[in-house]
Write a protein that binds this ligand. Structure first.
Ligand SMILES: [Cu+2]
Length: 174
């Protein structure tokens, strides 16, 4: 009797583990949620002085090879730039980091969801299918004004984006 009860519990536990593993596989394939492929480090104390995260480099840029990259910094208690301008239907590479503590980077209605950690560059790629205005609240508790820390994301028509990009080196919708 006791052995039977034990077996029942064992089967239940195995079923839960199999279900969770199945969920990981499903999310990986269907939502393309992958662990970061590589690690890049950066000194958070000199971010604003030199390198790719100086103020003039923040925002959306078209790289020499034609790809689109967005550089964003999170700090207590805002993101820079405060409004990201992105093209629809185009793969966009994000490069982002924090200048102080851990912040969260999430874009509403999409599967974009990463942590910004001081000392590390978070990189990922996303494609936004349709033009839309989205919000980007910090979702890692980062201090007293955490709840007020958020930015906006404006996805616009690809043609309009590239027209604007021809005029400016860095784009944003602040
Ligand atoms: Cu924050």
């Amino acid at each position: 009797m006791a052995a039977q009860a034990e077996l029942r519990w064992a089967i239940l536990v195995i079923a839960i583990v199999v279900f969770l593993l199945g969920m990981v596989v499903y999310m990986s394939l269907h939502w393309a949620l992958m662990p970061p492929a590589r690690i890049e480090t950066i000194d958070p104390t000199t971010l604003h002085l030199a390198g790719e995260f100086t103020e003039g480099n923040l925002g959306t840029a078209i790289e020499p090879d034609g790809s689109v990259t967005v550089r964003v910094i999170g700090q207590q208690y805002s993101f820079t730039p405060q409004c990201l301008l992105l093209p629809a239907n185009t793969p966009v590479r994000f490069r982002s980091t924090s200048s102080d503590v851990v912040h969260g980077f999430i874009i509403s209605g999409t599967n974009v969801n990463v942590m910004l950690e001081p000392g590390y560059i978070s990189t990922f790629e996303a494609t936004f299918k349709t033009p839309a205005d989205r919000v980007m609240p910090c979702h890692e508790f980062c201090g007293v004004a955490h709840a007020a820390m958020w930015a906006r994301v404006r996805v616009i028509d690809k043609k309009d984006f590239f027209k604007q990009a021809g005029k400016e080196r860095r784009l944003s919708c602040v």
